[in-house]
Design a protein around this ligand. Structure first.
Ligand SMILES: *Cc1c(COP(=O)(O)O)cnc(C)c1O
Length: 412
């Protein structure tokens, strides 16, 4: 939904330069239609198989984004009590929430149980004991899946690969049957599923299919042993195209391949996509402040920085940089850097890009996932506002922080 119209970059039916001028920069902009189309492609491609799409809230937890998805019928995958709070504030349905993560606190477990979430994806035997204890205290039965580690290589960046044996996530799939068996001593938890999540930004999804095959074999073994397993949860991880040359998988092809592998009438399938739903739907708008040349390099200094979008610094990730006011061209090779006082503060290095001059607006593309959610106030920079575009309408869904916001809760 981002395209050039007469040499100007539009989001849906809005000229992005209008947003940059009125909302100021830096500023995140999201296309509602792109988010909903991705969600619907997941949902519709699962047609014929009982399923639930649990959007991974950590990718983008802005209320307006959660509300869009809640209204479309999405479930949610949360990793903290704060994310559950956001889902509920946005009108999400707790009975469509699953709780993942390796370090749930007793207070978070209690909050989730009291709100009636669907399922806990548990990552250790001691977590099962804690879940049982909290459920007993509330007089409830908690549904759980064990997150298993299928030991497949997701072939992605090491910080976002999670499915190998030496990672902190999940339990070894070979130890899972014994853990399920021992879980029978706990009377306030019920083994309702098996889950896995092998990593993020996976461009070749065959490792996910391989993991699904292993998980399904485990489910059949558990069912044969009398466990009430009613679903498998295959996590998220589908990658998106950050560079125009990237070959990103089609959501529909991926889901059809999964269905072929695991489609059973009486077994529901859950997935937890984050990036593939919101990533392509967002851009970060920024304005060029200065141009600067050293003997070895050209720099384009912009008003967005690593505190706004840390992905390039943290994962060396690439975001295409597009001019807002003319068609893209690449006469310049430069580093695009922000005002933060760190050499690690860059948005692009040695990038072939438009010859952007001070005052020009640029868009960093595919910034809808793991963008604003990882923003910080480093260097006492107020966090950027967020804008949601729906057709020819746009509105600010989170205001730019003020200096007062920066010191909220502080005392001298
Ligand atoms: C991060 C995460 C996801 C979402 O991953 P994406 O790559 O954004 O699709 C899903 N499930 C779990 C358990 C996660 O940690």
């Amino acid at each position: 939904m981002f395209r050039y119209v007469d040499g100007r970059l539009w989001c849906e039916d809005v000229d992005l330069a209008e947003i940059a001028e009125r909302a100021g920069t830096p500023c995140y902009v999201y296309s509602a239609r792109t988010i909903l189309d991705a969600y619907k492609t997941y949902d519709e491609s699962f047609n014929g198989v009982p399923h639930m799409i649990c959007y991974a809230v950590k990718a983008n937890s802005t209320l307006a984004v959660l509300s869009l998805l809640a209204r479309a019928g999405s479930g949610f995958d949360i990793v903290s009590g704060g994310e559950l709070f956001r889902v509920l504030q946005a009108g999400g349905d707790a009975s469509r929430v699953v709780f993942s993560g390796v370090g749930k606190t007793p207070a978070e477990i209690e909050m989730a149980l009291a709100n009636g979430i669907r399922n806990f994806n548990c990552e250790s035997e001691s977590e099962l004991a804690e879940l049982d204890a909290v459920a007993a205290k509330l007089g409830m039965i908690a549904n759980f899946s064990l997150r298993v580690n299928p030991d497949v290589d997701a072939a992605t960046h090491p910080y976002i690969s999670t499915g190998l044996r030496d990672h902190k996530f999940g339990v070894d799939i070979h130890e899972a049957p014994a853990i399920y068996r021992r879980s029978r001593v706990f009377s306030n938890i019920r083994a309702s599923g098996v889950s896995c999540h092998i990593g993020s930004q996976i461009l070749d999804y065959s490792p996910i299919l391989e993991a699904a095959g292993k998980v399904l074999a485990l489910v059949e073994e558990l069912q044969a042993n009398g466990f009430p397993i009613d679903h498998v949860d295959l996590g998220g991880g589908l990658g998106i195209a950050y560079k125009s040359a990237d070959r990103a998988p089609e959501i529909g092809d991926f889901v059809r391949a999964l269905k072929e592998r695991i489609g059973r009438d009486r077994l529901a399938v859950m997935v937890e996509p984050g990036r593939s739903i919101v990533g392509p739907a967002g851009v970060l708008l920024t304005r060029v402040l200065y141009r600067k040349k050293t003997p070895s390099k050209e720099f384009v200094v912009v008003d967005a920085a690593m505190n706004d979008l840390i992905r390039p610094s943290l994962y060396r990730s690439h975001h295409d940089i597009l001019p807002l006011n003319h068609a893209p061209d690449t006469p310049l090779v430069a580093d695009v850097v922000g005002p933060v006082c760190e050499t690690g503060d860059f948005l692009a290095r040695d990038r072939a890009m438009a010859d952007a001059q001070p005052g020009d607006f640029l868009a960093l593309s595919s910034a809808g996932a793991y963008g604003f959610v990882q923003a910080s106030n480093y260097n006492s920079r107020p966090r950027a506002p967020e804008v949601l575009v729906e057709g020819s309408e746009w509105r600010i869904v989170r205001e730019r922080e003020t200096f007062q916001d920066l010191i909220r809760g502080e005392r001298i």
